[in-house]
Design a protein around this ligand. Structure first.
Ligand SMILES: [Fe+2]
Length: 281
């Protein structure tokens, strides 16, 4: 277990151990015994350092410069609705005060990596497990694991959109209730090619909405402009049958025509998954 103080000083040590142990234990639990409350921790906001705030401010300023052109209007609208303070690491309670009345979604602080079932259990309750540590200055350009910039700036603005909000909860329910490896693999690919690396066409132009693209300057240009990217029209079954690789820029991306298209395709697929699992939708 990583215990780098620079990453973890926002969370109390004891609470960190308890929450991480509960999340790890959820790996083996039947889904009705998984209790997401046990994974959540307190964000001790006053412990962020000036360097932490500076890193947030630098990342937001850098990304917003190009995202006004590159990002989906649904993402940009979410950023406006949530009203992040560009100069301070966000307090999740402030984010949630704005988010809750819009869609009922909340961002909940977690100690770090959650096993898949624990993660899906949170999504099924409209709760987004959120990393609250922030990368150190010397890793500002690249951090392999998620931090609060990736999770809150990259993911949460879409949770303010009612259509995307419904999609993500339906995804969580389907993924929580299946134990079929075939569906689990397909759902992993669906998440990757939409939530993390999705593109959408708006007013005839390609735009970004996947958080992996939103939070990366280099890959966002590559995704939109490189002639070496195979940009395919979104088709749920085709997406679910496409393997992905994690260690370089994505050579294949899928393009939505609307978030309704994603929500409707997910509703159909969730029905199939839950029927196979013998669970009522
Ligand atoms: Fe992500």
């Amino acid at each position: 277990m990583r215990k780098d103080i620079r990453y973890n000083n926002i969370i109390d040590g004891e609470e960190f151990e308890r929450a991480q142990a509960a999340a790890d234990a959820a790996y083996n639990l039947p889904e009705d015994l998984i209790d997401p409350e046990s994974f959540y921790v307190t964000q001790h906001w006053d412990r962020y350092t000036e360097e932490n705030h500076e890193v947030w401010a630098t990342l937001v300023a850098r990304r917003m410069e190009t995202l006004e052109d590159q990002a989906s209007e649904v993402f940009l609208n979410g950023v406006r609705l949530l009203g992040f303070d560009q100069n301070r690491v966000p307090r999740l309670s402030d984010v949630n005060d704005k988010l809750r009345p819009l869609t009922g979604w909340q961002s909940r602080a977690v100690p770090g990596y959650l096993p898949a079932k624990a993660f899906f259990a949170c999504l099924s309750r409209r709760e987004f497990p959120t990393t609250i540590t922030i990368r150190p200055k010397e890793l500002i350009d690249y951090l392999p694991e998620p931090d609060i910039f990736h999770d809150v700036f990259g993911h949460v603005p879409l949770h303010a959109d009612p259509v995307f909000a419904d999609f993500l909860q339906t995804y969580g329910k389907a993924a929580l209730h299946t134990n079929d490896n075939h569906h689990i693999e397909r759902l992993g690919r669906l998440f990757w090619f939409t939530v993390e690396f999705g593109l959408i066409r708006e007013h005839g132009k390609l735009k970004l909405y996947g958080s992996g693209l939103i939070s990366s300057i280099g890959e966002s240009f590559h995704a939109l402009e490189s002639p070496f990217v195979d940009r395919r029209p979104f088709d749920l079954d085709r997406v679910c049958n496409t393997p992905f690789e994690i260690d370089h820029y994505q050579p294949i991306l899928y393009v939505l025509e609307s978030f309704e298209q994603l929500r409707d395709a997910m509703n159909d697929y969730a029905q199939r998954v839950l029927d196979d699992a013998g669970v009522a939708a």
